[in-house]
Every structure is written in C-alpha cells, then in structure tokens.
Design a protein around this ligand. Structure first.
Ligand code: LLP
Length: 459
C-alpha cells in the first residue's frame, strides 16, 4: 500500500498531465465541477445533479453503485469536435471501447458519428445500435480470421491493418469470401507523447501497435500487388489523453509524406486519413485539448490533399459526461488515517488502481467540513481504492459520493471480481433518466457455469 502511494507521488511529480492530487486539491477551489458545465454535472444549493435531474433520486430508485451519463454533454462534445473539423471532409468514428452501451452508441449514431471497433463483439454492438457496415472502421492489432470474415461480409468502410502477417491473412480471407478488402495501413508514427501513464502510449517506437514507420512503404508495395486488397487509407493512433498538438502534427506530417511515396509506387485509391483518437479531457485542472486549435492544425495539413479525415475519439466524447455514483458504507480510522469505505470497488472502476488515474471525488451533498481520507471499496485487495490521501467532503455513512469523469473506460473495464454483479448504467436526457444497462443479479454470475462438466474424451 505504501509503495502504491509512493508511486503515485512519483508519477504525480514527474508527469505534466498528471498533477499531484494532494497539491491540486489543497490549492484549488472547492467543487470545480460546477465550473465545467459541459460535463453535465452541476451543483445547485450545494447538491450535485445531472442536467437538473437529482442524483439522489436516481440512487434511491436504481440503487448504488451506478454509472450516470449526461447525453447533453456527450452530444455537445460531439458537436464541438465536428465543428472544429468543419472546413475539411471528415467523419468522427466514435471509439466504442471507451463506453459501449447501446443507448450511447445509438445517440452518437443519431448525431452523425460512425464507429471505430476493435473486436467482433464491438461489431455486433455497433450493428445492434443501428450502424451499417459503411459506418465502421475496424482497428486492432490481433484480428482473428473469423472477425475478418464478419467484417468483410458486413462491408465495413475499412480495416486498419497493423502488420504484414495480418495483411497476408486478410488477403487470403477476402479471397475466400469473394470480396476486396478495403485496407488502411496503421503506421506507427513513432512520435514521443506525454500521456499520464505508459500504458496509454501507443505511437512510440517499439510498441506492439502499427507497422514500424520505415517498413510501411514496403508493406504498402505488397498490398498494392495483392489481388484481394484495396489500399484506401493510412492510419495512426498516437496515444490516449493527449493535450498537445505536436504528436498529431508530427504524426500527420509523416503519414502525408508516406502518402506521396506510396502514390509514387502506384497507389491510386488512397482516400482516407485516419488520425486515431486520444484527445484529452480534464480530470482535474489539467488542460483538455483545445479543440478549435486541433481542428486548425489538422485542417492546415490535410486540406491540400483532398483526403477525408477520420477521427476516432473515445474519451473526448464521453469521459467527462459520466460519473460513478456510490454510497458511503462505513467510516473508520486506522493507523492514524481516515478511511471512507464506499460500495463501489476496483471491479467497478479500475482506472485509479490500474493506471494510478486521478478522478475527482465529491460528496453529492457538499459538506461544510473537509477530511483527508482514502476512499476505498469493499474488494479484498489493498489496491482497491478510488482515491488515496484525498481532501474530500466529510461524507457520513449512508450519503452519496460522486467519482467524476468516469464516463470513459469505466463500466467497460468492469469485472465480476469478488463475485460482484456488474452495476447499472443510467442516461439522463431532457429532464428524465433511464436505465440502459440493468444491474446484474447473482444468478447472472453463474449463468454460464456448471456444477460439473459434461465429461468428454479428446478423440
Ligand atoms: N483508436 C485506437 C486505435 C485506440 O487504440 C484508442 C484507444 C482510441 C482510438 C480511443 O482513444 P481515446 O480517444 O479514448 O483516448 N483504458 C485506458 C485508455 C486505453 C486507450 C486504448 N486505445 C484508460 O482508461 O485511460
């Protein structure tokens, strides 16, 4: 536990984007959330609500823990980014992995979004939410033949290929299905990025993602000679939670140079430039990406090429628009420290424990007093925390706590660890709320299990 704390302090003092939670909370105004109305979560008379809908009311009706999302906030982020790229042909392909609930997918589809998927499961979800093949970009470093077949049969817009081996398999599978596979080569742009945690870097040299930059031209040459491949684009993804333009600018520059080289080698069909996702949001007082400036940078570089830009934002669209609502079970002091024990654990939101990620934590009812405490869950692990040594509202048992900016990589990374049923998801829209994922039951936990197997012999 001590080591965990030391690591957090170390990372906090090193990283530009991750601020020391202690330093920030001590110096920042209380309840900054009320200043970021674009999250949808605001405070009236000291009580946090979602677009005017009472969180206490939702918790009473649906129970806790529960994820709550503001549809208005998601749509507003979509419109901001869409407008920033308004000067060039473009489409936002929402990265389904960030939050894959059907209702959220459906609302983004109605805004005009396409999707970026990374598995057959996400392809299934996208279809269930009303997307058609041409709305779908299929990314991912380890696609199976089955997934390739499904994607080709559905007629996806393009498949982002990440290695020469994958290209060979896709060429064969496309031949078997009798289709020409629309392919973008995912290039590792090999740019340095400043992400809060090494696990969210992807476009750095030596990572498993993408085709190494200096090999791409050779792979493109092979793709051009394949019978069942049509090379339609180039793709990159520099990382996640990125608030600087430089990685995009440098990466895009590299992609555009490659485009020229690949066209010299005979390509005539390059239409798309997929610049990935990664746009940062503000978890605390860090700067989110300046969307308009991002739009200007991309537009300046891409406009002369006539290519259509695809962007794969995940966190940017949903990150600030969701919270994890949890109830305080107990308070206790131990070893001179204060603990707030809540009913949500690392199985519900793994980001704090997995990435040392910082999420603001506030009482739904703000309290006059503040307390320095560890906010921990019921899981039998010392790593089960939502925040450590945090200066927070002095919330008593029975009252609600909101873990903010939990809309991205929250519910989707939840597990059943400790045999805890996964929690519900609720959307708020137009003064109403609706449950879009029901709370799992105990019987759901064992639904796919057998007391004893049907024994078989290997032939
Ligand atoms: N496109 C590709 C190819 C990706 O790999 C990702 C995210 C995205 C788009 C969307 O990135 P975003 O816009 O959301 O940053 N679980 C981690 C984040 C992992 C991101 C994985 N790839 C977290 O909780 O911070």
């Amino acid at each position: 536990m001590l080591e965990v704390r030391r690591q957090i302090r170390r990372r906090g003092s090193l990283g530009k984007s991750i601020l020391s939670p202690l330093a920030v909370e001590a110096g920042s105004p209380l309840h900054m959330v009320s200043e970021t109305a674009e999250s949808g979560f605001t405070r009236d008379n000291g009580i946090l609500s979602c677009d005017g809908v009472s969180l206490e009311g939702i918790a009473d009706a649906v129970g806790t823990p529960v994820y709550v999302y503001s549809i208005a906030a998601i749509e507003s982020q979509y419109r901001r980014l869409d407008a920033a790229l308004g000067g060039i042909p473009h489409r936002l392909h929402y990265s389904v992995k960030a939050s894959s609930n059907l209702a959220i997918l459906n609302r983004l589809r109605m805004c005009g979004a396409g999707v970026d998927i990374v598995s057959g499961g996400e392809m299934y979800r996208a279809q269930a939410a009303g997307f058609s093949g041409s709305d779908i970009v299929f990314s991912g470093v380890g696609k199976t033949e089955r997934e390739m077949k499904e994607a080709l049969t559905l007629g996806v817009l393009m498949i982002n290929v990440e290695s020469e081996d994958e290209l060979d398999v896709l060429d064969r599978v496309a031949g078997e299905v009798g289709k020409k596979a629309p392919v973008a080569l995912r290039v590792n742009p090999e740019v340095m990025v400043d992400t809060p945690h090494p696990y969210t870097q992807t476009g750095v040299k030596g990572m498993k993602f993408g085709i190494p930059f200096d090999e791409t031209l050779v792979v493109a040459g092979r793709a051009l000679r394949m019978n069942n491949i049509e090379l339609v684009g180039l793709d990159m993804h520099v990382g996640s939670q990125i608030s600087q333009f430089e990685p995009y600018e440098i990466g895009l520059g590299r992609l555009l140079q490659l485009k020229i080289d690949i066209e010299r080698a005979g390509a005539r069909s390059l239409r798309y430039l997929d610049i990935g996702g990664g746009l940062a949001v503000s978890y605390d007082s860090e700067h989110p990406i300046d969307v308009m400036e991002f739009g200007r940078v991309v537009t300046r570089l891409v406009a002369p090429t006539g290519l259509k830009v695809l962007v794969e934002p995940g966190r940017f669209l949903v990150g600030n628009a969701g919270i994890l609502l949890t109830r305080v079970l107990y308070r206790k002091r131990s070893g001179g420290k204060e603990f707030i024990i809540v009913d949500a654990g690392m199985n519900d939101l793994i980001r704090p424990s997995h990435y040392n990620a910082y999420h603001r934590i506030e009482g739904v009812r703000s309290t006059a007093g503040r307390v320095t405490a560890d906010i921990v869950g019921p899981i039998c692990e010392s790593g089960d925390f939502l925040g450590l040594e945090r200066v927070v509202d002095d919330v008593p048992p029975g009252e609600l706590i909101a873990v903010l900016s939990a809309g991205a990589y929250g519910f989707v990374m939840a597990s059943n660890y400790n045999s805890r049923p996964r929690i519900p998801e609720v959307i708020v829209d137009n003064g109403r709320y609706g449950v879009v994922t029901e709370r799992e039951t105990y019987s759901d936990l064992v639904r796919k299990e057998r007391l004893a197997p049907e024994w078989r012999k290997v032939q």
